[in-house]
Design a protein around this ligand. Structure first.
Ligand code: SF4
Ligand code: SF4
Length: 365
């Protein structure tokens, strides 16, 4: 187990609350270096609703909004591993699309497609992130990735409870990104209307139906609008982002608390509760096999199942033995029957995992 800071861009270590230093579950089931979700070469099921991802995209069919200070961090970092990412980000900046003092946003046309697309996540090549490094099959801006990318896992060690924990982190980091990018813009002298109007939250909550001509035609903002947006920083966008990184890099925990206010405490309380739920999930006394599982035979001896917790491979034998959990007997009785009938002893860890991934569910549900 590590703590949350090991999972986030380094800049956060200095100022996010120390309550986040608790041990968190190790998400080792999301094997990104050798992506567990990629469809085997000879398998033709990508076009179906089968839950595999394309090897050309993996889960990176998403165009994140990059906060100003993370863009600046990347631009300041001369580690050779960032070379590709810096080039890509510089290219986006020079293209002037979605490039604002708050950060770099996805084109809204993209965002609309993302919201309306069905069964495209992990599959649609046209939705691949512009920061994806096709050569290595990885992320070119990894050290400075934004909230969604640092909190997404296709599988969770603690199943649904683990996912809920990460969702609470995601909500928190969205809040952090929003407040810090606003802080940078406000402290740089822009009027409060501009700060609010350009904020990350505002961007993602604006009605997506209202696309402008430039957005539909995929062309940059007209020079006049772009100049008004950047004011004195027009043409010096990279310098502005670097300055944002320096500003946020100077924060300590005390100053951050002052900026983030009471809302920060509410988020931290929720995160702690969700973490506790993930680590100590109470198992209902009477369980049954989830009747809504999707089951796909994998050869003679295995099955692939898709449960609310994700996609898993199980031995057919064990999967069939789980019929003992029929919603009528308690877990102790089910365990006894398993031992009598199949000479199998179900460990507490396995039972917890089966419940956390909702392969087994509470009787009556
Ligand atoms: S999180 Fe993404 S890259 Fe990592 S294993 Fe899952 S799908 Fe693959
Ligand atoms: S920023 Fe990196 S991790 Fe996030 S979607 Fe793009 S390539 Fe994937």
């Amino acid at each position: 187990m590590g703590n949350l800071f090991g999972q986030l861009p380094d800049i956060y270590n200095k100022f996010l609350p120390s309550e986040l230093l608790q041990d968190i579950p190790d998400e080792s089931m999301a094997t990104c270096g050798n992506c567990i979700m990629v469809l085997p070469e000879d398998d033709q099921r990508l076009g179906s609703d089968f839950a595999y991802f394309s090897k050309e995209t993996k889960c990176c069919t998403f165009y994140p909004a990059l906060p100003n200070y993370l863009v600046g961090g990347l631009l300041c970092d001369d580690d050779p591993r960032n070379k590709e990412g810096i080039e890509k980000v510089k290219q986006v900046i020079s293209g002037r699309k979605g490039v604002t003092p708050h950060g770099i946003f996805p084109p809204r046309k993209y965002w609309m497609l993302y919201l309306k697309g069905k069964n495209i996540f992990g599959k649609a090549g046209t939705m691949r992130c512009p920061y994806y490094d096709a050569k290595s099959g990885g992320c070119s801006i990894w050290k400075y990735r934004a909230v969604i990318c640092s909190t997404y896992f296709c599988k969770h060690a603690c199943g649904i409870e683990g996912r809920m924990f990460w969702e609470s982190i995601q909500d928190y980091l969205r809040f952090v990104e929003d407040i810090l990018t606003n802080y940078v813009v406000m402290e740089s002298g822009w009027p409060s209307e501009t700060v609010m109007e350009g904020s990350i939250v505002k961007y993602f909550t604006r009605k997506t139906e209202e696309l402008t001509l430039e957005e539909i035609e995929d062309i940059p903002l007209p020079a006049k609008k772009y100049s008004a947006l950047w004011d004195n920083w027009r043409g010096k966008e990279e310098d502005f982002y670097k300055r944002a990184f320096e500003m946020i890099g100077r924060l300590d925990r005390e100053k951050f608390k002052e900026i983030a206010g009471y809302a920060n405490d509410i988020h931290i309380k929720l995160i702690s509760r969700r973490l506790n739920d993930a680590k100590n999930t109470p198992i209902p006394d009477i369980l049954r096999k989830n009747p809504k599982l999707k089951i796909y035979p994998e050869g003679e001896k295995k099955v692939k199942i898709i449960s609310p917790g994700g996609m898993f491979e199980l031995s057919k034998e064990i999967f069939n033995q789980l019929d003992i959990f029929n919603g009528k007997i308690n877990n102790g009785e089910a365990d006894k029957l398993l031992q009598e009938k199949y000479k199998v002893k179900l460990s507490k860890e396995l039972l917890t995992s089966l419940y956390q991934n909702r392969i087994l569910i509470k009787a009556g549900q």
